[in-house]
Write a protein that binds this ligand. Structure first.
Ligand code: CP
Length: 302
């Protein structure tokens, strides 16, 4: 791997390599024993054109846990506000020779554009509704920790599929690794074409999660959609919001996931989100560190 632009272009061996390294770092972090100078003298530049709590902070911590220095570039205090173009901004930053760039951008394919202009690895921290590959890695790590393997797992992904880069990257990764994916959404948020042919489509939450090992709920992305797509949030919650009652349709030991941030009371009820036995939402956040350490190690380490 020269860059991590998405799951789409990765093969099973490359995905396995990242997940094995992520499992290694998850165990090492628990024991407090890992190579804390693995990325010593490396500089990781983060360019987030869109807001983030989890991804930006966990890349920062992951890089520092490996001994790298992190430079956080922020659009609000940059020369973007003096009308500097995106390509001039990237060319300018490339001349400063960072050892890796992590980018989040609202434009489809922006990380690939950057990768074509710089001389270091580029990592996609989420681009438009296309891909969010490190989220898929931390989600897969969480599933492996709980269910041992992805092979043969039944995973339901429910919510705003039309606007979700998380759904796309998860579908691609899970399909390549031998899991079966059910996609659940109202007609207005269900794309005609999904990135994998094997996914089964459902418009009923109860039907879609039947017999599933994992129920992944997604945020309604109000900022990316016209209000007409979901005119009534209370009605959406009645049909597609995950409650303990609806969760009974999944396997009795099914785990609940959500990439965050959550719209509590819309796609998920508080008592499901905060259920210490079923909800993996906090674990997903914690797993962002070893998953991103793995990616940085493999792409930036000598
Ligand atoms: N899951 C996720 O990408 O969260 P942030 O937007 O907070 O990074």
């Amino acid at each position: 791997m020269d860059h991590l632009l998405g799951i789409d272009h990765l093969d099973i061996d490359e995905i396995t390599q990242v997940l094995d390294r992520a499992q290694h770092y998850a165990a090492a972090l628990k024991k407090g024993e890992w190579d804390k100078e693995r990325l010593k003298n490396k500089i990781i530049l983060t360019l987030f054109y869109e807001n983030s709590t989890r991804t930006l902070t966990s890349f920062d911590i992951a890089a520092k846990r490996l001994g790298a220095d992190v430079v956080v570039w922020h659009p609000k205090i940059s020369s973007v506000h003096k009308n500097e173009s995106f390509s001039d901004t990237i060319d300018t930053l490339a001349e400063m020779e960072p050892d890796a760039i992590v980018i989040r951008h609202s434009e489809f394919g922006a990380p690939g554009f950057v990768a074509g202009r710089v001389r270091c690895p580029v990592i996609n921290g989420g681009d438009s509704w296309r891909e969010h590959p490190t989220q898929a890695f931390l989600d897969a790590l969480t599933m492996i920790q709980e269910k041992k393997t992805l092979e043969g797992l039944n995973v339901a992904i429910c919510g705003d599929i039309a606007h979700s880069r998380v759904a796309n990257s998860n579908m691609l990764l899970l399909d390549k690794m031998g899991a079966q994916v059910n996609i659940i959404a109202p007609e207005s948020l269900m794309p005609d074409k999904l990135p994998i042919g094997s996914a089964k489509k459902f418009t009923s939450l109860e039907d879609g999660i039947k017999g599933c090992d994992v129920v992944m709920m997604l945020r309604i992305q109000k900022e990316r959609m016209e209000s007409s797509l979901i005119p009534d949030m209370a009605a959406y919650h009645n049909e597609f919001g995950l409650t303990h009652e609806k969760l009974k349709h999944a396997k009795s030991d099914a785990i609940v996931m959500h990439p965050g941030p959550m719209n509590r009371g819309v796609e998920i009820d508080d008592d499901v989100a905060d259920d210490p036995k079923r909800s993996m939402i906090k674990r997903q956040v914690a797993n962002g560190i070893p998953a991103r350490m793995a990616v940085l190690d493999l792409l930036v380490g000598d």
